[in-house]
Each structure stands twice: as C-alpha cells, then as structure tokens.
Design a protein around this ligand. Structure first.
Ligand code: FAD
Length: 475
C-alpha cells in the first residue's frame, strides 16, 4: 500500500460533470476527468484493510486494492494489467457500473468509500490511448468451433474468453449491430457507442466472427446451430418487458421504455428515420412509470429531446437517505439514489399506484394514480389511501417496470429448455438442460447488471472449455 494514511489526508472527491443546463442539450457523455494528482490522491484513499470486501463485492472479483496502489505509484500500465486480469471490459464498467465494490468498501463503514469506478474508467481510457489495449491473440487453435447467441456484455465476454483458449468463435446477433443493451438500451450520455464499437473492432481483429441481423430460432433453427458447432452459449438477455394491463393501455402515447430508448439510440446511430413523431417528447408532458435505472434513462432522454415536463412515479415507498439498521454495510445500500438524469429536472413521487390511462380520441391525455400504503412488502401487499386519487396530465407515458424473463418462443422452445421458476433459462454450472448448450447473463439470472453479465460470460466460457476438453476431445 503506497500511502497508508491517504484516507486520513484526502476526502472522497465528487466526480466532475458538465452542468445539467449544458449537458441536457446533447447526448454525449459529460464526465470531466480529474487531474493526474487527483487520481493519485483518490487511489491513495484505499486502505490496507486486510480483507478487501470491495473485491468480494465485485462480481468479477476485481483486485481493487492492487490497481489503486499502482495508480497511486503512477504505474498506470501495471494498474491496467491488474484490472484486465479479471475484467474483459473495464471501459464499460468504469462508466456505467453502479459499483457494488464501493458499497462494500471498508472505508464506507464510517467515511466515504474510495472512488473506485472513476479510477477504473481512467485506467481503461489510458490503456486505449497508450495502445496497451491490443487484440488478445489466441493460443494455438483448439480445432473446436463455438457459437455464441447474443452480443451483449455476456456474449462478448464469453466470446473473448473462448477465443483466448484457441476456439473458433462466431457470435450471432439479431440486431443490426453488436452490443446488446450496451448499444440499444443504455443511452449515449451514459455510454457513447464509439466505446462499444472500439471493443467490437478489437474482437473482430482477433478473428471473432460477428453475424448480425441473424436471429437464431428464426433465420437459423436451434438444432441447425447445435449441429454446426461443437458447443453453444446462449446470451440472449431478458427481453420480455413487464406490462401494465390496465384501462387505456393501448392509447396512443403509452410505450414500453425500451422501445423509446432503443429508438433514440438508433436515431443517433442513423439506423432509423422512422417513427420520429411517435417517440419524440419535444414540448410534451411525460410520465415515466417505474423508479429504477431504466426509468432514469427515460427521464434523461426525455429532457434531452426537449420535454416540457417530466414526472417519474414509483410503486415502492421512498427509500431512506441513510442505511437502515436492517441493511448494514457491506450489503448493497437500499437508499435513495439521485442519478445525473434526475439532476437535469424531474418531479419524482413514490408509493404511487397507476390506476388507468385516460385519453381523448385514442390519444393519451393523463395518468390516473392513487397513493398507497405498504402493508407487507415481502408479500407484496399494499392498500390504497382513500382521497389521494390524482390525475397527472400527460401526452406520453413510458413503462419502465422491468423485464419478466428471456423470450421463450423461438430458440428456447426449439431446444425445449428447462426454465427456472421465474422463467429464466435453468442451468447447472452454466449448462442448460440441453447437452452441450450453455447460458449466461440476463437470460439465465434475470435482468441484472453489465458487471454480472461479464462475470457470467467468463464463467460460462470456462464451463464450455471444460466440457470440450472432457467430452468432445475424447470422441
Ligand atoms: C435501459 C437500460 C439501462 C441499463 N443501464 C445499466 C447500467 O447503467 N449499468 C448496468 O450495469 N446495467 C444496466 N442495465 C442492465 C444491463 O444492460 C444488462 O444487465 C446487460 O446488458 C445484460 O447483458 P446480456 O449480455 O445478458 O444481455 P443483453 O445486453 O440484453 O444482450 C442480449 C442480446 O441477445 C440478442 N438476442 C436475443 N435473442 C436472440 C436470438 N434468438 N438470436 C440472436 N440474437 C438474439 C439481443 O438482440 C441482444 O443483443 C440496463 C438495462 C436497460 C434495459
């Protein structure tokens, strides 16, 4: 540990961002890097705490104290080597990870956690700038061919790991471009698409083949795919959105959040010029239903398009500002989070039930709501509070209430895969109920995070390597 008293000398530094008034005028990323000195000071706050809970809090097991130490010493290449040893894509996690590592940082017990995520991003950007981030050459060819279905972070991570082991990897993706939710879900102001393209280009350079615009289960059947490859990994995501089957749902102006966000991403990538009016919030009053991250992305996107007013409502009650006794460190803190999108302007309310959508001549004009009291959160029981009925006038409403599970029609049903109780693909050590077909990421664990998708992609690739060695190599 370079400076054992660093945490006593330096406070946690806030990330610097372009002001909300300025950044709302564009869709680009808006974080302003710190100075070299500031990065080193912040890295020096990492204590020699003996048991680094941050490392176990990170699904990838990133060796955080080690890269912080290297940054403090100015050894940025070493820091990058440490980071890359566990994380295929620190350029993604350094930008958009909610940082479970910081939630479990030991310093967070009685002070502010080390600013791990921001340091991670800087390490990764320097690696690209300095040319350390190069295509990872594979070892000698194994002679095996593996198909990966889906090019989100789980698919990309598994492909990179398999390729390193000498397997010939082909990624199938039904969208026009690779990246999954990194490209089509997460807005540019959180993750510019050049960052995704930069990674995909490196992967192509080492011979990973991308077949986009191809849906397995439709253009190629599941069984055809299995016959063609020695092994298959499914990384198809959790793409079935939760719906709100209430009166007025079909009114013009009520949309799934993902349809809105995908359209905006496609517009910026000049992939579409259709449905411009349908998904444009300029001058409109918007209600976002769902208080999570997807909802926040809708808030940020609506404001950038020029919405007149944005309201975000959530069924759960308002979280506390500080950890409750029942939610101690190092658990993930269930506290109020205010994202950069919220800073840009929104009215937020909690414990609100959406009763019905109202409209005129087929067009949405408002959302009728009522306040609720939670009776038993574990049993999902609540009661409506009489006299709190409200009508929020609006022209557009976005449903950002999560995703149920992966799609069952097509690929999953053609393979006849066993599902878990929530409708995700059931696996045993990443192997599905179909011999030699594996699964990773949101299609297996349900909607989650990029860092989990990368971790799962790595583990599934490892399971495939073991399988090929033990079962296919002997044949
Ligand atoms: C709007 C939004 C914002 C988010 N923001 C964040 C964030 O800030 N930070 C964070 O950590 N997480 C965030 N998440 C969650 C994160 O994006 C996901 O957990 C992660 O992308 C899951 O990765 P994946 O590879 O499992 O699936 P996905 O990224 O969903 O990729 C699955 C891919 O499979 C393809 N596919 C599906 N079926 C087929 C088929 N039959 N044939 C061919 N291709 C197929 C899909 O087209 C898609 O490209 C966000 C999610 C959403 C919806």
């Amino acid at each position: 540990m370079g400076d054992v008293t660093g945490f006593l000398k330096h406070d946690r530094l806030k990330k610097e961002n372009e002001t909300p008034e300025s950044r709302v005028n564009h869709f680009k990323e808006f974080a302003i890097p710190w100075s070299e000195r500031q990065y080193k000071d912040q890295a020096s706050r990492c204590m020699d705490c003996g048991v680094p809970f941050c490392q176990s809090g990170c699904p990838l097991g990133n060796k955080i104290p080690d890269f912080n130490d290297a940054v403090y010493r100015g050894e940025w290449k070493e820091a990058w080597q440490v980071l890359k040893s566990t994380n295929n894509f620190p350029e993604f996690t350094g930008r958009i990870c909610p940082a479970p590592c910081e939630a479990s940082c030991v310093l967070g017990l009685n002070s502010k956690a080390v600013n791990i995520e921001h340091i991670e991003k800087e390490i990764s950007e320097r690696a690209f700038l300095e040319g350390w981030e190069q295509p990872i050459e594979k070892v000698e060819s194994s002679g095996f061919a593996v198909a990966v279905v889906g090019s989100g972070p789980a698919g990309l991570a598994s492909a990179e790991e398999l390729n390193k082991e000498g397997h010939k990897v082909t990624i199938y993706e039904r969208d026009r471009e690779a990246g999954g939710l990194l490209r089509y879900g997460i807005p540019d102001f959180k993750l510019e698409k050049r960052v995704v393209e930069r990674r995909v280009s490196l992967m192509k350079e080492v011979g990973i083949s991308f077949k986009t615009g191809v849906e397995i289960g439709r253009n190629i059947s599941a069984l055809e795919l299995k016959e063609k490859y020695d092994s298959v990994i499914l990384c198809t995501g959790s793409t079935v959105p939760r719906d709100l089957a209430i009166e007025g749902r079909t009114l013009d102006g009520v949309h799934y959040a993902m349809d809105f966000l995908k359209h905006q991403n496609q517009l910026l990538a000049i992939e579409t010029q259709e449905h411009l009016a349908q998904y444009n919030t300029k001058g409109k009053r918007v209600v976002v239903i769902g208080g999570g991250d997807t909802g926040a992305d809708c808030v940020g996107t609506s404001n950038r398009q020029g919405a007149e007013q944005v309201t975000q409502i959530e069924l759960l009650e308002k979280p506390s500002l500080l950890r409750l006794k029942t939610n101690p460190w190092p658990e993930w803190p269930m506290i109020l989070s205010t994202s950069t999108s919220h800073e840009e302007g929104v009215d937020r309310d909690w414990a609100i039930l959406t009763k019905r959508f109202v409209g005129k001549k087929g067009k949405l004009t408002g959302v009728e709501t009522i306040k609720i009291n939670w009776v038993d959160k574990d049993q999902f029981q609540y009661e409506e509070v009489p006299g709190t009925e409200n009508l929020i006038p609006c022209d557009m409403a976005f449903l950002a209430i999560g995703f149920s599970h992966t799609e069952h029609k097509g690929l999953v049903s053609q393979f006849g895969l066993k599902l878990d109780v929530r409708g995700n693909i059931h696996t045993n050590d990443y192997q599905t109920s179909e011999e030699n077909v594996f699964a990773a990421g949101d299609c297996r664990r349900g909607q989650s995070l990029v860092v989990w998708a990368i971790a799962e992609g790595r583990k599934a690739a490892n399971a495939v390597c073991k399988y090929l060695e033990l079962n296919v190599a002997e044949v």
